[in-house]
Every structure is written in C-alpha cells, then in structure tokens.
Write a protein that binds this ligand. Sequence first.
Ligand code: NAD
Ligand code: ZN
Length: 248
Amino acid sequence: MDEFIEKAARTILGSQLTIALTGAGISVESGIPDFRSKGGLWDRFDPEEYASIYAFQDDPEKVWRMLKEMEQIVDNARPNTAHTGLAELEKMGLLKSVLTQNVDNLHQEAGSQDVIEYHGNSKSFTCLWCNKKYDYEDKRGEYPPRCECGNILKPDVIFFGESIPPLAMVRSSQLASTCQALLIIGTSAVVSPFNILPRQAKQVGATIIEINLEKTVLTDSITDIFLQGKATEQISQVVSAVKALQSA
Ligand code: NAD
Ligand code: ZN
C-alpha cells in the first residue's frame, strides 16, 4: 500500500468528523471541463465575462449561449469513481458531508446524501423579475427558457457578484470549524469565500488531505497529506485502503 494513501486512510478511520470539499476537478473525468482545461468551453467563454450576475442582467441571451453549452455537457455527464467513492465513505459512516462548488448534481447522482451546494445547482431556474421558480425538466428544450411573465430565467447557480446561499454558508462554516479531517479534491482553492473553509479547518487542528493533479496554493501552506494524481484513482485507492485496514 502506498505510504501516503495509507496515511490518508488511517486519518479518515481515526477521525470523528470528516468532510470533503470538492471543485470542478472532481468532475473533469466525467467530461465536464474545469476552468483551466485547454481548448474547452472556457477558452471560448471567459468565466469572468459570462459568469457574472451583471453580465446576465445586461444581456441574458448572450449568457445563455454559454449556459446552453454547459447544460449539454452536464446533461451527458455521469458520476465517476471519485463521486461514488465519496458516497461509499458516507455510507460506511466515515464521511459526514460533501461541500461542493460544483453545480452539476453528480455527487447526488452518485448517492451522496448530505451535499452542501455552495454555488447552487443548475437543475432549477428562478425569474429575477418575479421570483417564480421552475424545475429544469419543466423547461427542457426551451431556449432560452422564459418565465410566464416573459423574462428570461436564470439557473440557480451562483454567479460572480451573487451571495452564497445562507444555509450553505452557515453549515459549511460549522462543519469546517469542527471537523477533524478534511479532504479537498480538484479545486484550485482560489474562489472566495469557499477557499476560507480549508483554513478554518486547519485552525481547529484538522488534518488536510488534498487530492489534485498539481500543487495548489494550499499544498505547501496547509496541506498535510498531498495525493497527487487523478481524483478517480486517488479516491478509489483511499477507499480500498480504508476497507483493507478495517478488515485487517
Ligand atoms: P478550477 O477550474 O479553478 O480548478 C480545478 C482544479 O482541479 C485544478 O486545481 C486542477 O489541477 C484540478 N483537476 C483537474 N482535473 C483533475 C482530476 N482529474 N483530478 C484531480 N484534480 C483535477 O475549479 P474550482 O476551484 O472548482 O473553481 C471554479 C469555479 O467554477 C467553481 O465555482 C466551480 O464550481 C465552477 N465550475 C463548476 C463546474 C462543475 O459544476 N462541474 C465546472 C467548471 C467550473
Ligand atoms: Zn417572472
């Protein structure tokens, strides 16, 4: 067994409260590009320009050109073994919650029960004009989807310039400040205020286990165990190691 994988597995087994923080990188192997992928969606649609609430308010049709492509990619994506590995840890009683920045619903599809969506979800819409809400399925095929009042609907994802859903903010902060181990997977940890959470956990003495293809701003500052590689492979190995240690 790899030394660092074993260390991670032992940390999870010895922790009274473990949470996972995830970012776009966990869904890359499901076919959803992160902000850094070359030649992908984000090369054509600068997130700063297209994913801000001001851009949406100014020109919702323009922003919907990006949203439509994102929607098609998300529609075709299925959970990968990193998502299912986290769901398995939760079922085993070894992971309390997943706090995700993703809006793709893949943690829920993988079977995770306690998912805190920090940046909302793309599977429902709200009218910014009259506040009426719609399910994604009710508006399937409509482009851009419109409210009965005639205005273009906005998906319930948090755009730059919008505030984090209050309940997600409060629960995340509570969990981060009481956890004993924190897994942080596939996030560059630069988007605020999500990036405060690992530091909050570190302050209360939690062990930080980071999984990423490459080093991030966290790796040399607060990470205790760095598992470098693909999320699918690293999580599968951690889950196998946990099981092996449990049955030893
Ligand atoms: P990011 O694009 O800034 O960073 C992604 C990180 O994942 C990078 O550090 C990269 O090295 C790592 N990574 C890429 N592929 C990986 C793999 N196979 N295994 C392990 N690590 C891998 O993403 P972010 O930090 O999540 O911030 C971007 C913001 O945009 C967030 O709000 C995010 O939710 C949103 N976003 C969401 C989706 C989605 O819902 N799937 C997709 C793109 C962007
Ligand atoms: Zn309306």
